[in-house]
Design a protein around this ligand. Structure first.
Ligand code: F6P
Length: 349
């Protein structure tokens, strides 16, 4: 196998605060200590599937020096799936050859890393994965960067919403991102002391929720906060914003807070409102924790390239950043476990 000279790097899926920290660390170590050339691939897999003029850019230390504090990704992102249509994955491999890219660092969640895994298995692409998602739902790593920032933002938002809920004697239902895993809602609900925290892992008991607010009203607290995960259902069906699916088959969740607020108003007679936090949770500057974690991930990903640890993903295990197989990393969605679900029921009140 030829020697690695040029390392490509891409970011795919929804952005997460900390992506630039990884890009900075990979570039700094690869171009410095290891002597590789690093190129950034713009717009995730799209940059290799259907390259545009600006899709592949050389990255040096000057390009990444001041990006650690910046949210988003300087490489841009997309939800392009090269495995959606027959024969397209091969184009990615051909374009890697065309651009002289010997190895790839793919930074993303289960979709992006699932593609990385298949490219490695099907074509022997030399790839190292780096876990990213505010949803924190990747198996094989204790946590992903972006999660801590999202929880902090959602917590602060709920803290602010509480004062207005109290002043106007309203129940305010706050919708939190996370798709089918309740991690962000769990974290923000717990940290903000929400009266009710609803996550997709636990079936909603609407009677219990309504009773709680009626009891609170009886003792003079005619207000309250419900933190609800966008993936929560009140029956069989997910509440979605439209019927379209993205290239990985995901629906756009959204609307549960509004539905819940109406239902609670009807059952309790208390004035209700709803707030959808949406992309606010993904934007802006990363927390110190996410800056440090993304930097550690980036450095370890660079080391994995040097070691030839292909088909692996960097992961946090306890205090250590290690590598695990991409297969293990993308095998299942990591949801909130039962013991933590129990914690939420303790603070239902
Ligand atoms: O996966 C990250 C995430 O922010 C989810 O929590 C959310 O459901 C989804 O992406 C939103 O995607 P988009 O930015 O494409 O609307």
């Amino acid at each position: 196998m030829s020697e690695v000279r040029r390392v490509g790097m891409l970011t795919g899926g929804g952005d997460a605060p900390g992506l630039n920290g990884v890009i900075r660390a990979v570039t700094t170590r690869c171009t410095g200590e290891y002597g590789y050339e690093v190129v950034g691939i713009k717009r995730g897999w799209k940059g290799l599937l259907a390259p545009e003029e600006d899709s592949v850019v050389k990255l040096g230390v000057e390009d990444v020096r001041y990006i650690l504090q910046e949210g988003g990704t300087i490489l841009l992102s997309s939800r392009t799936n090269p495995y959606k249509n027959e024969g397209e994955a091969k184009k990615v491999v051909e374009n890697m050859e065309r651009f002289g890219i010997d190895a790839l660092v793919a930074i993303g969640g289960d979709d992006t890393l699932g593609v990385a895994r298949r490219l490695h298995e099907d074509f022997g692409v030399r790839v190292v994965g780096c876990p990213k998602t505010i949803d924190n739902d990747l198996s094989a790593t204790d946590t992903t960067f972006g999660y801590d920032t999202a929880v902090s933002i959602a917590t602060e938002a709920i803290d602010r919403i509480r004062t207005t809920a109290k002043s106007h004697e309203r129940i305010i239902v706050v919708e939190v991102m996370g798709r089918h895993a309740g991690w962000i809602t769990y974290g923000a609900g717990l940290a903000s002391g929400a009266n009710v925290t609803l996550i997709p892992e636990v079936e909603v008991d609407m009677d219990a929720v309504a009773d709680l607010f009626k009891k609170r009203a009886e003792r003079g607290e005619k207000w309250g906060i419900v933190a609800v995960s966008e993936g929560v259902t009140l029956g069989e069906e997910y509440i979605t914003q439209d019927v379209e699916r993205d290239e990985f088959g995901h629906v756009r969740l959204g609307g549960i807070a509004e539905t819940l607020a109406k239902e609670l108003k009807q059952r309790t007679g208390i004035d209700t409102r709803h707030v959808v936090l949406g992309h606010l949770q993904r934007g802006g500057t990363p927390t110190a924790y996410d800056r440090i974690l993304s930097t550690r991930y980036g450095l370890r990903a660079a080391e994995a390239v040097k070691n030839g640890e292909w088909g692996k993903m960097v992961a946090l295990r306890g205090n250590d950043v290690v590598t695990v197989s991409l297969e293990e990393a993308t095998s299942e969605t990591r949801t909130v476990p039962e013991d933590l679900q129990q914690v939420l029921s303790t603070f239902f009140g």
